[in-house]
Design a protein around this ligand. Structure first.
Ligand code: CDP
Ligand code: CDP
Length: 199
């Protein structure tokens, strides 16, 4: 069975949490595409290397670095994510992952619009900037005002870039998780998938 669930949305909206949970529930493979951009951002900065070249030769070790979850890595990711040659280098891998046999969930910014416009289910997960920044702050700590500013700056950059900007696909279902628990958000996503699975 080929069945793709595309999960897009701004930073800390709950995309990864929902994607992991529904992938486990339905036995689908899961790809966190943000990790690809985080690795390109962090590795190209660390080696002062051309981000497009790094994107073309990403290794499993690059993707397993333990510093990819930091705020700085998110910032580095969104800086290299505006470069068309970086995005182009990552397309084929994501597309084949999306259409692999057995079902796949991909979360990111452009899955429903660019990577897999034919996805069977498209979710656009949002929450207020304050709620998202608070969630990220619970994970990374530090100065709460700085976390909010960082989240806002990254959303701005992601929404306003020329190539594959962050926006809901015309046929995406919006899921605002501001006032939802994780369990509620996952249940809504799962219901949507269940309704669209081939019988
Ligand atoms: O992948 P993305 O950056 O969109 O968000 P995440 O890493 O899945 O979620 C950020 C944090 O928000 C996690 O710690 C979740 O437990 C929490 N959270 C959520 O994902 N959904 C809710 N409805 C409430 C909280
Ligand atoms: O988890 P969070 O939502 O904070 O970020 P992420 O999904 O790990 O993505 C980090 C950055 O990579 C984003 O802010 C985007 O600039 C970029 N990204 C992208 O451009 N396209 C994707 N499909 C995934 C991430």
């Amino acid at each position: 069975m080929i069945f793709t669930v595309a999960v897009d949305g701004p930073a800390a909206a709950g995309k990864g949490t929902i994607s992991r949970a529904v992938a486990a529930e339905f036995g689908f493979a899961h790809l966190d595409t943000g990790l690809l951009y985080r690795a390109v951002g962090v590795v190209s900065e660390a080696r002062a290397a051309d981000p497009a070249q790094v994107a073309r030769s990403l290794t499993p070790e690059d993707l397993a670095r333990d510093d990819l979850r930091s705020l700085a890595a998110g910032d580095a990711a969104s800086r290299v994510a505006v470069i068309p040659a970086v995005r182009a280098a990552l397309v084929d891998f994501q597309r084949s992952f999306a259409r692999r046999a057995g079902g796949a969930v991909l979360d990111g910014r452009d899955i429903g619009t660019v990577i897999c416009p034919e996805a069977e289910v498209k979710l656009f997960v949002t929450a207020s900037a304050e709620a998202r920044a608070h969630r990220r702050w619970l994970e990374v700590g530090g100065d709460a005002a700085q976390v909010l500013a960082e989240v806002r700056a990254r959303d701005e950059r992601d929404m306003n870039r020329a190539e594959a900007p962050l926006r809901p696909a015309a046929d995406a279902v919006l899921l605002d998780t501001t006032d939802l628990s994780v369990a509620e958000a996952v249940a809504r996503a799962a219901a949507l998938i269940r309704a669209r699975l081939p019988r």
